[in-house]
Design a protein around this ligand. Structure first.
Ligand code: AZE
Length: 176
């Protein structure tokens, strides 16, 4: 909590891609400064024939005023020397949606119930983060088991985002 230099943030040790695959529902989020997925957010992770992890994220975004619509975003995870730190190349399934290239760090996961991810889009000169987003994922859309709430809270503090999260509503919208 005291050191908010992003290079000191913990990430999952010996991250195992295979165990991470499948569907994750976002239960809480800290949004970046610009437009982002709002609610009913979930992502399906898979591995391509070259071994790269990819994901399809879905959720609602308000593109026109007062008109939230389901969007589909496609992401490919490029690997770095740290197995829990990826470069996420993403684009909208429809051309007018956003595309970009983000860091994507898996801060922690037990593969079976929860995951917490972190992205810093803009570093300050002192290597604290000026524009970040973070998602708390659950395998179960109904919620995360109480037994792991403590570890998630601890990680949120370690990435300097304690109390910065909002709940992600799930109403079964955008599901396929
Ligand atoms: C993420 C993890 C799974 C794959 C992808 C992710 C990122 C998605 C976005 C979406 C932005 C949408 C906007 C729509 C108008 C992190 C959920 C692709 C960055 C702004």
């Amino acid at each position: 909590q005291s050191n908010c230099n992003v290079s000191t943030f913990p990430v999952k040790e010996n991250f195992n891609k295979t165990r991470y695959l499948g569907r994750w529902y976002a239960m809480a989020k800290k949004s970046p400064d610009s437009i982002f997925l709002e609610d009913n957010i979930y992502a399906d992770f898979a591995q391509d024939d070259q071994g790269f992890m990819n994901a399809t994220a879905r959720g609602r975004v308000t593109l026109l005023e007062n008109w939230p619509t389901c969007v589909q975003m496609l992401g490919k995870f490029l690997e770095t020397s740290n197995p829990a730190k990826f470069k996420l190349k993403y684009r909208g399934a429809l051309h007018y949606l956003q595309s970009g290239f983000d860091d994507h760090w898996v801060i922690d996961t037990d593969y079976d119930t929860f995951a917490i991810t972190y992205t810093c889009r803009q570093l300050n000169d002192d290597e604290t983060c000026a524009d970040s987003y973070s998602l708390v994922f659950s395998r179960d859309p109904k919620g995360i088991p109480p037994g792991v709430h403590g570890i998630i809270r601890q990680r949120q503090g370690q990435i300097c985002l304690a109390n910065k999260y909002g709940r992600v509503r799930h109403e079964g919208l955008c599901l396929v």
